[in-house]
Design a protein around this ligand. Sequence first.
Ligand code: AMP
Length: 560
Amino acid sequence: MNNEIILGIDLGTTNSEIAVVQDGKIIVIEEAGNKIVPSFVGMSDNNEILVGTPAKNQYVLYPERTIKSVKRHMGEEIKLELAEQSYTPQEISAMILKRLKAIAESYLNEPVNKAVITVPAYFSDAQRQATREAGEIAGLEVVRMINEPTAAALSYEANHKTNKKILVYDLGGGTFDVSVVSLEEDVVEVLASHGNNKLGGDDFDQKIIDYIIDHIKPQSSKAMARINRAAETAKRALSNQPFVTIEEEYLEQQNGTPIHLSLELSRDDYEEMIADYIDETLEAVHIALNGANLVASDIDEILLVGGSTRTPLVSKRLEAEFKQQPRLEVDPDLCVATGAAIQAAIIAGHKVAASVLVDITPYTYGTSAIGKLNGELYPYMYVPIIQKNSSLPMMKTDVFYTMRDNQEAVEVRIFQGEDVDALNNIQIGEFMVEGLSQVPQGNPILLKLELDLNGILNVSAVEKNTNLEKSIIIDNAISRFEANEIAEAKKRIDTIFGDDDNHHTIVQSKALIEKAERMLDQASSEDSEDIINLIEAIKDKNDLKESMDELSDILYYLES
Ligand code: AMP
């Protein structure tokens, strides 16, 4: 029997969740009653790393020491500032993953080293790669990455054993994805997907923020952070009520005068503000339907995923378009994590619900070659090799020919995109095949593109006549972490989390002091004196560990 535990993780822009399958049951792991861990990372004023709710709470006070929505930066080559230190997006994500791992381990009471992590279907190769690296830095082997809508469909399929075509509309904090999924017997197949990985609830917040700062111009970052928070609160309220009053007392002082914020916003006005965004999502819905060769009436069910689908305008527009109400029984916050857990259990060899998962690539991958563009010879005609919506894993080979006699090298560029002009697509890599045989032009070179289940692309080139795989130099447009850099990042994050022990000690010491104060009146006068001295020592962090041990001992004897 295989008892290996693999976690299912929904690493969201705004919130993250973890689930596992235990004894055939899907369990969303909670900590202190919370199933949702906000995807916030912060550094407290005494340099303790904070992840989740404490980080989210300090965001208003210390925006410069808090990072939110890091998922929006995955795959970008940037550094994020956190309390005067800079980190890559992978490292920040790794901090969230490390926290999730710790929550799972404390629930399961054993170490866990593997996870299935979900990513938006529309995540690019670089974004997926960055997610994998984040896992590695956090000490989690990412055994599979699956698309979020696929995970949602898996979770839905676990309860519905019928053949259906479903539309998964996933609008989170920072990303939008739509997928057309076919459910048949034990097979969940994504037929097509489309989306925008820079569109989500954060943009809706921004519209309300803009509306507020049209009325009030904040001068401090603290006031700005409070406005951000107030905007999000107002947005959520408008999901349930037609009007909201956005109120923040004493936002700040301007020229010695206290500024209060009090503004009304109606749902109608708010819906107008976000109408273009919703239109954009519906255009994507139609592109996905086209990609699957289906029309709206072919869709049996609509699944809503992601917190932003609670916006009433979303259901309203989908209902008008599809003449059916979206399903409500799948929890939009948790179904991605539960789907990931189902996939994790399948990989670990536990039989649950759907047993075969067919995923697709939302992008076309190809190379460039000389060809005719608008009737003229053009050196960068796009040659698609792996087509958008192909099921994964996918391996495709194409042949190219040298242009000159005795040509010693060819340059291969790899693009992601749909445009006939390769230069209008995203170049994701290039390499040279060097040391080719001295032969006349027309020397065939086989180019192989292999896209694995995680959407990671491997490219190789072989000179056909010699059958020799030439050494290639991959010169990525978006540079990646090298193995040693990952190891270094891991060490760095581990050290910070080493300080996390510190954090635990502080939490423990607070609890110990509270307990000691409660028990003071049961103690003899001599014990009381010791207890009071020890409390002082702990508060002053004098011989902290010893003082805590001593106090614990006294309390233990008092209790027994
Ligand atoms: P997710 O990334 O799926 O966790 O979604 C988070 C997004 O959902 C954030 O932008 C939230 O502000 C948004 N959200 C959560 N609850 C609601 C609600 N009741 N109405 C509108 N948006 C919401």
